[in-house]
Design a protein around this ligand. Sequence first.
Ligand code: ZN
Ligand code: ZN
Length: 523
Amino acid sequence: ARFAPIYGDSAVVSMHSGMTPAQRLKSWLAAHSGVARIVLGTRMAIFASLPKLKLIIVDEEHDPSYKSGEGARYSARDLAVYRGRLDGAKVMLGSATPSLESWHHSRPAAEGGRYLRLVMPSRIGSITALPTAQGDTTRLVNDATAANAGLPVVRRVDMNHQPKHCVFSPPLLAAIVERIARGEQSMVFLNRRGYAPVLHCADCDWKSECPHCSAYRVFHKIDRTLRCHHCGYAERVPRACPACGNPDIAPMGRGTERLEEHLAELLLEVRRPNSVSDQWPEGEPVRIVRIDADSTKLKGELQAQLARVHSGEVDVLVGTQMIAKGHDFRRITLVAAINPDNALFSSDFRAPERLFSLLMQAAGRAGRDADISGQSEMWVQTFHPQHPLFDALKRHDYPAFAAEQLKEREQAGMPPFSFQALVRAEARTQEVAQGFLSAASAAATQMAQADQLLAHLTLYPAVPMSIQRVANVERAQMLIESPSRAALQRFLAAWQAVLHATRKQPVGRGLLRWAIDVDPLAI
Ligand SMILES: [Zn+2]
Ligand SMILES: [Zn+2]
């Protein structure tokens, strides 16, 4: 809608999964015939046929959703770079928090960088502020480093010095109340939906495990269900412990639903400013809205809720990271991460990168309005306030964060200093899944020119995936790593035939499926 008036109606078509096949075909043909000169779309748009393709822009290039994890596994961003080379088109990757891979590629050419780094010194006000493409290398935009003007102040709350078990630290709560009194909005987010992640019986230690997955079912108070977020299995909450009959089963931990309920209790006495009326002789109570995957299941619900926020009807917005991304809230002057510590010590080496990006993005939600941006704040509640990640966040210093992370990755020999592929196998039993991978791994040494192919490769043993069982399917994976992309690709090309052959042997019996994932985003 923003592009059509500039370039003409027929010049712009879109391509995304929300369209019907007929609509998509129409867009595809318009682009293929050259009538449409601009294709706007999600990751699938990278396959659009454009006879005179000259420029590909990948906005928010760090976003994991560019990677397709089902069916044909591909990264639309990496395909864009590849296609740019094939078609002789410029490729522009844009992000305030680039992926460490792209950032590393954009180091100075003298140090081996392949991309040209362009720095945008201030926030992007509108799409027309994007620089025009010139030069002949891929470009990268970073808009958060050069000037902190207009960016929110980052406040770390040391949770070690707050009342035990408090969810909202007193200073954060006071800051939210202050916002309400000024007629401004706050946004608090927590990376977990539902009411509580586990229901627990203190008498016999029963927990709400999913019978089909190695995971707990989440307690959703709103419809009194226990729901598995992995396989979807849902049941009414039992009246008493299914194991021992104890009627006193309790939620453990908290999700956004419980956070919303708790905040409403804390703000019970607070009144909206200038809201005394016949209906509310003492003033109106605070309005809280929750936005997460549960509250936006029905079509149009998200838009309706966002509209309420935009119109100023809402004082506090509670939600998952979903609200921290992309939406422009002009009246929000306080953004708070309630409990972001998990990602600091995750076994997934990309977790800190994702957390930093999320917090930077979330901070960017605060004070988009120039008039009030001066007083906007980003709050982080943490038990590790001295962590370098929060230090860099406080300074809005992506380059410092990236440098530190890249140093760690280089020392550990992890991407982008090495290249990885995962082979995943699924079967009814863990033995079969792992057995298949182990057999295929052993058979690799028997391949023609095995010595040469395996020279720069590390094949790790097969292990259960972190969520080992989903919907009664056992899952195992095996990591392959190499300092050389070419060596990895040569090996995978040759090894595929071995995997196919292994499946046909007795050891492959009972195997449901296997797949290779190159450059996996989660390990
Ligand atoms: Zn019990
Ligand atoms: Zn399940």
